[in-house]
Design a protein around this ligand. Structure first.
Ligand SMILES: [Ca+2]
Ligand SMILES: [Ca+2]
Length: 358
């Protein structure tokens, strides 16, 4: 394959939102994901998943489903989702890791919020694809997580009238980390251990680095641009490796306004774009110097519903006592999941996949 073709295969589909050309050819069930089920026993393996809780706002009925992301074993992470575009062949007959892993521990901000037991396999719609999920009762979950607070970034709502079926659909959804193995340690959050002045100093370090990174980021293509001040969307403080020195996370966004001219027209239109940055740092306060552990940038045109990378949870997925980081990335009608692990002074990607989208 020539270099140009490789670039086309990767860059063009991503930019057009044609995510599935990269991650999964349309219409095909990912058989490679299923083969490994046999050799990966449930003993020490961990099926890292999300629990999606859906509420029918018309009937009040709450329904939970486990969406498998990755299987962790011996420090390795393997794809665990089974998806298809093909609506003719039922997924439900497929062998899946949900046949072996039935009980899940549900986490919210490092705290266990009950267990979820998969009683049956089912198929569920996620944007344009169908996904094999595990369903079950939500009765063993803490009522504190079954609230669908519209201010919570994890909550989404869907309201539509399906004329063909004469049906009104009004659903709210929220998701949490679900792991088949109970974490020996799940709460790596250390923000409460530090006073406000210290936290402010760490935020200042994050902001100044984010400012420099976002100023360098160029999506302008030579157009005139105005960069608006950066905004810190989220700040969290963890000690991933338990060495007493925290790792800090800042999620930032910056709007840029640019004047764009179109071919054949002298007129210029102002367009706004959003650039987002997920930044992790070992702050100078504890480290002698600011050390960047991870930077994930995403630029999205206004109107897209995504905003780059969101932290789902920090948890010890592989049982070595060190916390891994699970992100959800959202783009133009696509979603994918990524796991990062602290290695050699960096947060390194150990898994990327389990995506869905159009
Ligand atoms: Ca640390
Ligand atoms: Ca770990």
């Amino acid at each position: 394959m020539t270099k140009t073709l490789i670039i086309l295969l990767v860059v063009v589909p991503m930019s057009l939102g044609g995510f599935w050309l990269v991650f999964s050819p349309p219409g095909k069930i990912l058989l490679s994901q299923i083969e490994e089920t046999v050799s990966w026993g449930p003993d020490k393996a961990n099926l890292i998943s999300l629990l999606y809780v859906r509420r029918d706002n018309l009937t009040g009925r709450i329904h939970g489903e486990v969406y498998p992301i990755a299987l962790a074993k011996n420090g390795e992470y393997r794809e665990a989702s089974i998806t298809t575009f093909d609506d003719k062949h039922p997924l439900i007959t497929q062998s899946t890791r949900l046949d072996k892993f039935k009980q899940f521990h549900i986490y919210d901000h490092g705290m266990e919020k009950g267990t979820f037991n998969v009683t049956e396999k089912s198929e569920s719609d996620y944007q344009c694809v169908r996904v094999l999920v595990g369903t079950g009762p939500t009765t063993s979950l803490s009522p504190s997580i079954l609230r669908f607070d519209p201010m919570d970034a994890r909550v989404s709502s869907f309201h539509s009238f399906q004329g063909g079926r004469g049906k009104i659909v009004d659903t709210s959804m929220v998701y949490y980390l679900a792991t088949s193995r109970k974490g020996e340690k799940s709460n790596f959050d250390v923000e409460k251990n530090y006073d406000l002045a210290t936290l402010e100093q760490i935020k200042k370090s994050l902001k100044s680095i984010a400012q420099a990174k976002l100023a360098q980021h160029d999506t302008t293509y030579g157009e005139e641009v105005e960069r608006l001040p950066i905004k810190m969307e989220e700040f969290r403080l963890f000690d991933l490796n338990g060495d007493g020195n925290p790792e800090a996370m800042g999620q930032f966004s910056m709007k840029i306004r640019k004047k764009v001219s179109y071919s054949g027209s002298a007129e210029k239109r102002v367009e706004t774009e959003l650039i987002s940055l997920m930044l992790w740092l070992k702050p100078a306060l504890f480290n002698g110097r600011d050390q960047v552990l991870l930077e994930l940038k995403a630029d999205l045109a206004e109107g897209s519903w995504g905003k780059g990378y969101d932290l789902i949870e920090v948890a010890d997925f592989d049982g070595d006592g060190i916390g891994e980081v699970l992100f959800k990335s959202s783009g133009w009608e696509v979603t994918a999941f990524h796991i990062y692990s602290l290695k050699n002074g960096k947060l390194e990607k150990v898994f990327s996949g389990a995506g869905y989208g159009c």
